[in-house]
Design a protein around this ligand. Structure first.
Ligand code: WTA
Length: 655
């Protein structure tokens, strides 16, 4: 029986080969090398991962069993003992890396700090001892609510060192959101700061913690450790609240890393942005350490000579895996930046690249589109010649944004790694290996070695070449989430039951639509709930958006479905314009024609609305459910507290 699939209409044919000089010095140098690794891993995934775990990580005790798979529950490196903070710190201290920069940090106001591996190790040990002195034991959860300062990474590593799982709550979330997460995790300690700098203002983090835990509303929290950042006035509750800088001077720098079981919980991270109670995604120690280590090494081709910068916040999985754990496990130099582009300094990212000679730069499509809108002059006024590799993550990248990133930021010489993955997957799943994989703008290309991915229909049957379907992973991988914290049932329902197991083989349902092209390249089309059904054709919103963005007048576009009596759903497009264009009815018609020309009449937007900005979560994802409400003239449904800028909605309503 044929199953409904998702119609794919984006046809992007440009191909970019890795520059030869890049390939020659890369860890993985050719498609033949990639294929050999891929085949070896596919033939025997357990042997593949075991060999790498032995080579790349330090173990106090080797595992007894590589994989224990009781679907949907996986255990990796069963019986093995290690500590990720040891792998990120201690093991480098006996090498020349001891005095290498581990973290380079730049604050928003322009202050900066560099911590060598030896310095970072010292501070992590001190903080670990302070955390212990506040009654936290192995297995107790610690909530982190921090600005982008080195102490955020220090606190994560300190928790890992003593075996206390951390749960980092993004500093932009409200007190209410913080309260829910701390309660779900029953955190014993909260580590925060007085405040943080954001867009030339200070954000009151400590006050938000006070509000979150006021009136015993989070009964598990016993103490609050406060890092001084902004020096704004804060209330310090005697007996409960403690200054880090006061405790640090008394703290011993001797704190051996706890021997953790490979399957001991490393952290909980709550996924955000959609409806319902946030899910506490659980990651454990051994598999996560190995997988983030390997993916950063091969997909970002990390070298000891690199300055590597990921612009994410540590509050997201990208910050966990690819600012802190992956880079430090590799002994790399990881740059942390507190600021974001803002009216007073739209070129701040490029200033940082120039100042530190950044070699590898990793950001999100939403940021890239914002840079395009600000104009080429800003990056062109800076020296970006140190860059050798670029990365992107978070949503499908529109081919035109990819091209801009490639030419204006990368100077035409830097491979782009478009990494598809999720909080749940822990690390990159689909990604080019930059010395090997020829890239196509908008495609995350191929699975990382050891990942068996496919595109299937709702019965689990593979769809044909270039047919849309559901992206699934067919074999467990080391950094897969282990469960939803405290809710195994929800874990099973959300990820393992949409597509029934075939012949006893369970598949992981990622919730994204995708297609595979004639070269086996994956094209992720966005969340499956972002699919619009127009006259029985199911269109990925992202492809219509990409068509709009390829018009010179369009900076950013978000497309949603609106009920239509005849077509089922009609396409409603919200569009922001490039600086030099003005809204007009003529332009609306031109854009509709443009989409028709790019994709076909089926995708002609029924309505286009011009906007100054689009509603986004603080992690930069467009909140489509609000746009859907606006498009159909309904009241807004759901919680707006995760929104970056509340005033955006009011403007959109005025239309
Ligand atoms: C989307 C972020 C297309 C996707 C690491 C996924 C992407 C969700 C890409 C996970 C990409 C992330 N191309 N889509 N390169 N990267 N996504 O949990 O819909 O914040 O399911 O993890 O972002 O978002 P999360």
């Amino acid at each position: 029986m044929s199953q409904p699939t998702i119609e794919s209409v984006l046809q992007e044919k440009r191909l970019f080969h890795p520059p030869e000089a890049f390939s020659q010095s890369a860890h993985i140098k050719s498609m033949a090398d990639y294929q050999a690794l891929y085949d070896k891993a596919a033939a025997d995934p357990q042997a593949f991962w075991a060999e790498l775990a032995e080579q790349e990580l330090h173990w106090f005790k080797k595992w007894d069993q590589v994989l224990d798979w009781q679907p949907p529950f996986a255990k990796w490196f069963v019986g093995g003992k290690l500590n990720i903070s040891y792998n990120c710190l201690d093991r480098h201290l006996t090498t020349w890396r001891r005095n290498k920069a581990a973290l380079i940090w730049e604050g928003e106001p322009g202050d900066s700090r560099t911590l060598t591996y030896a310095q970072l190790h010292r501070e992590v040990c001190q903080m670990a001892n302070v955390i212990k002195s506040l009654g936290v034991k192995k297995g107790d959860r610690v909530g982190l609510y921090m600005p982008m300062v080195p102490e955020a990474a220090i606190a994560m590593l300190a928790c890992a060192r003593i075996g206390a799982p951390h749960t980092v709550v993004f500093g932009g979330f409200s007190a209410e959101a913080l309260k829910d997460r701390l309660n779900d995790a029953t955190a014993k300690l909260v580590i925060t700061a007085d405040g943080g700098f954001r867009k030339d203002k200070t954000i009151p983090l400590k006050a938000a913690v006070d509000a979150a835990i006021a009136n015993n509303s989070v009964p598990s929290v016993e103490n609050v450790l406060v890092v001084q950042r902004t020096q704004q006035t804060v209330h310090m509750e005697p007996g409960r609240d403690h200054w880090w800088h006061e405790r640090q001077v008394e703290a011993s720098a001797d704190c051996p890393a706890e021997e953790m079981d490979a399957e001991d919980m490393l952290f909980i991270l709550y996924t955000s942005g959609t409806t319902g109670k946030p899910k506490g995604v659980v990651h454990t120690t051994g598999g996560y350490n190995l997988y983030t280590h390997m993916t950063l090494k091969w997909a970002f081709d990390i070298k000891d000579t690199d300055v590597y910068w990921c612009t994410a916040d540590v509050g997201w999985i990208t910050g966990h895996s690819y600012i802190v754990y992956g880079p430090l496990s590799n002994g790399a130099t990881s740059l942390m930046y507190e600021g974001v582009p803002r009216p007073s300094n739209p070129g701040c990212f490029w200033d940082v690249v120039e100042k530190y000679g950044v070699n590898i730069f990793y950001t999100a499509p939403t940021a890239i589109r914002a840079f395009i809108k600000m104009g080429d002059d800003i990056p062109k006024a800076r020296d970006l010649s140190s860059l050798r590799l670029l990365g992107t993550v978070g949503e499908p990248i529109n081919p035109e944004a990819w091209m801009w990133y490639h030419s204006v930021i990368g100077g035409g010489k830097c491979p782009i790694v478009d990494t598809w993955w999720q909080t749940e997957t822990g690390g990159f799943m689909l990604t080019p290996l930059p010395g090997a994989t020829p890239t196509k703008p908008g495609s995350a290309t191929k699975p990382f070695p050891g990942i068996l991915a496919d595109v299937v229909d709702l019965e689990g049957n593979p769809v044909g070449t270039n047919e849309g379907g559901y992206l699934v992973i067919q074999h467990p991988w080391p950094s897969m989430m282990r469960t939803v914290y405290g809710d195994d049932d929800r874990f099973r329902r959300t990820y393992w039951e949409h597509i029934p197991p075939k012949d006893g083989q369970y598949v992981y349902f990622a919730g994204d639509g995708a297609r595979k092209d004639e070269d086996g390249y994956f094209w992720v089309m966005g969340r499956v709930d972002d699919v619009i059904n127009v006259s029985g054709h199911r269109l990925g919103t992202m492809e219509v958006e990409s068509a709009l963005v390829s018009h010179p007048a369009v900076a950013e576009a978000a497309v949603v479905g609106r009920k239509d009596e005849i077509k089922g759903e009609d396409i409603f497009a919200f569009v922001t314009l490039e600086g030099t264009y003005n809204p007009s009815d003529e332009l609306k018609n031109e854009l509709k024609q443009h989409v028709v020309a790019e994709i076909g009449a089926i995708a002609r937007p029924g309505e286009i609305r011009f906007a100054d900005a689009l509603p986004k979560t603080r992690s930069g994802k467009i909140i489509r459910r609000f746009l859907r409400n606006l498009a159909s003239g309904e009241d807004l449904v759901g919680d707006a507290s995760t929104m970056e800028d509340q005033s955006v909605l009011d403007k959109l309503r005025e239309g």
